[in-house]
Design a protein around this ligand. Structure first.
Ligand code: ADP
Length: 601
């Protein structure tokens, strides 16, 4: 017997309909690409999105067609999203930080029919337009006064809207209809498309609105620094209008000064961004003595949040940090580190241990931790294994890759992350599977070392990667980007780590670099660093600090890795592994591959 409740498909046009009807006068404020601040409302955004739908229909866009956006977070971008999705077309967000070749690959793979672009990215599209064999129209998101004269074939966003009325029917299709498309950054292999449905976006919105997740309310002023062009701006472009929160769109200026100015002038209470953005803001505040007078909560994710950042927000500015984990394939919100009752009852320092973890899964996210033989591992905070995820807004299959099975027998997707889960249900990501450092058959967490090193007062940013090692297969190398005008020597950093990590985790070398390269999604580009440093020759460091000269007494009895003799003698089980390493590097490689399994991407 079926229930007798209304059939009300969960399509995302209903979100902006709701915002228009019940929060119509609430502001959406944008720092425009042309420069000035632009103030509009949900009512106006709704009307203009309908005009945009009519414009798309006039250009021949049909349900299921892909319409791409290459744009910063602005009100116009919001109008494009809702205008595209409302008529059953698919909004494909393009990440401008990708290499041009990858962008072309993605556009052609998706068969994008129309591209909406900000002025910023028009030159790159025009330069490579000969490689794009599917794009019929290019719409520049600006007004007639700012249209560049040298691209006469491009259409002007404002002119196009002005030619069309706001009378357009939205929705009326199955809630499983595709709504959005986003490609992974392709840091390992070709980018892969994740095709969101209206239903998955709607459920993700409801999930992220929960008090323990983003917890956005009608009293909030929300600043999504996290871009709409990557992983759906963590769903904020849906959850803010759904809640009726004021939205502040930062446009292209994401430096500390610009973000701070927006927070203070618009009264921002809630924001979300990757650690790099917060690092720039905190540095700006320190340099200028600035304050955060309205901000109360920030969500930080995309890569692990360093401890000093949580402390700075908490102690210096009274801002609560929620650490979050997720990925393009999970829409993207997976887990959040909001305290449960047991954690909330702990003192501040004890709570911090949990706040630094990636957090707990909310309703609609289920997690599984498995070893290489797919055995489920205990939630004891110790066992580390591959993290798998399932839920109604988790990927089932990549776009146009039906032949490739990506779920296990229970319907779980392998995230490619290595993690532990504790008895409170908090996950802790120790690494991306491909970034784990495999030393003597044991794993070293690159994330843990780099976050500890990042707390060094002279460090602006740090990265730890594996470098090849004849005996131990791989060893950690620490890269440090110093703060401006700072000088340091390598031993300072090793001294700083001494006692905070196991001796055999100590980096073999420290290299000072001008810039740590970031990938298209703002994460440290470890693939590139590994490539750059694959032939790095380790320089001896002052005695007593080098991991090559370990203090045997300090090494735990079962310490694996580069303290071979002692460890091997202390542990027969380890001895066999270590002997194997010594005997055959090739065999060891095979062993690691088997024990670790193929990695995602
Ligand atoms: P990409 O396109 O680079 O894969 P994603 O945003 O999908 O971009 O990347 C998701 C990955 O980012 C996760 O699988 C995980 O490795 C990493 N990640 C995300 N959030 C965190 C976090 N809070 N701590 C550590 N790693 C994280």
């Amino acid at each position: 017997m079926l229930g007798l409740m209304q059939d009300w498909p969960l399509t995302v046009d209903r979100i902006i309909d709701h915002a228009r009807s019940w929060h119509g006068g609430i502001e959406v404020v944008s720092r425009s690409v042309e420069g000035p601040m632009v103030r509009t409302t949900y009512r106006e955004i709704h009307g203009r999105a309908k005009q945009l739908s009519n414009a798309l229909l006039s250009l021949g866009v049909l349900p299921g067609d892909r319409v791409a956006t290459l744009a910063w977070n602005t009100g116009r971008h919001l109008e494009a999203w809702y205008g595209i999705m409302g008529i059953g077309a698919i909004c494909h967000t393009l990440n401008p930080r990708l290499h041009a070749d990858q962008l072309c690959y993605i556009i052609n793979h998706a068969r994008d029919k129309v591209i909406f672009t900000d002025l910023t990215f028009l030159p790159i599209l025009m330069e490579h337009r000969a490689k794009l064999d599917c794009v019929e129209h290019l719409v520049v998101m600006t007004d007639e006064a700012h249209m560049p004269a040298d691209y006469p074939a491009a259409l002007c966003f404002e002119t196009l809207l002005a030619q069309h009325g706001a009378d357009c029917a939205w929705g009326g299709f199955d809630e499983n209809t595709a709504a959005g498309l986003c490609y992974t950054s392709g840091t390992t292999g070709d980018p892969k498309g994740v095709l969101y449905s209206h239903r998955s976006n709607f459920l993700h919105t409801l999930g992220t609105m929960g008090a323990d997740v983003l917890g956005i309310s009608a009293r909030d002023v929300v600043l999504p620094v996290v871009p709409m062009f990557h992983a759906n701006a963590w769903g904020v472009a849906f959850s803010a209008p759904a809640a009726g929160a004021k939205l502040v769109m930062p446009g292209q200026h994401l430096d500390g000064a610009s973000v701070h100015e927006l927070i203070e002038t618009e009264g921002v209470t809630f924001s979300a961004a990757v650690p790099t953005v917060w690092r720039m803001l905190l540095q700006h505040l320190r340099e200028t003595g600035g304050q955060l007078s309205t901000l109360t909560r920030v969500v930080i994710g995309g890569s692990a949040v360093p401890e000093d950042m949580v402390r700075a927000f908490r102690d210096d500015y009274g801002v609560t940090v929620t650490h979050a984990w997720g990925m393009t394939e999970t829409s993207p919100m997976g887990t959040q580190s909001s305290p449960n009752r047991a954690v909330a009852a702990m003192d501040a320092e004890e709570q911090l241990r949990y706040r630094l973890k990636q957090g707990r899964p909310p309703l609609m996210i289920d997690l599984k931790l498995v070893d290489d033989q797919e055995h489920v591992l205990p939630h004891d905070g110790q066992a580390t294994g591959r993290l798998k995820v399932s839920g109604p807004f988790v990927v089932r299959e990549y776009f146009r890759e039906a032949e490739r099975a990506i779920l296990d027998a229970d319907g779980f997707f392998d995230t490619g992350d290595v993690a532990s889960i504790d008895d409170q249900g908090y996950i802790q990501i120790t690494d991306r599977a491909k970034d784990v450092i495999k030393s003597g058959g044991e794993w070293i967490s690159s994330i843990e070392i780099e976050n500890l090193a990042a707390a060094h007062p002279k460090a602006a940013m740090t990265a730890v990667v594996a470098i090849p090692h004849a005996k131990w297969d791989e060893r950690p190398l620490l890269l440090v980007q110093l703060k401006p005008d700072e000088r340091a020597d390598r031993s300072e950093f090793l001294q700083f780590l001494d006692g905070k990590i196991a001796r055999w985790w100590m980096p073999d070398d420290v290299v000072f670099v001008d810039h740590i390269p970031l990938g298209a999604t703002g994460k440290i580009d470890k693939k590139l660093i590994r490539e750059q440093f694959k032939n790095h020759v380790v320089q001896p460091i002052a005695a007593g600090l080098s991991p090559e000269q370990p203090n045997a007494e300090e090494a735990p009895a079962d310490a694996p890795g580069p303290f071979p003799a002692e460890a091997a003698e202390a542990s027969p089980a380890r001895a066999s592994t270590l002997t194997m390493v010594a005997l055959s590097g090739a065999l060891m490689g095979a062993y690691l591959w088997r024990s670790f399994g193929p990695v995602r991407r």
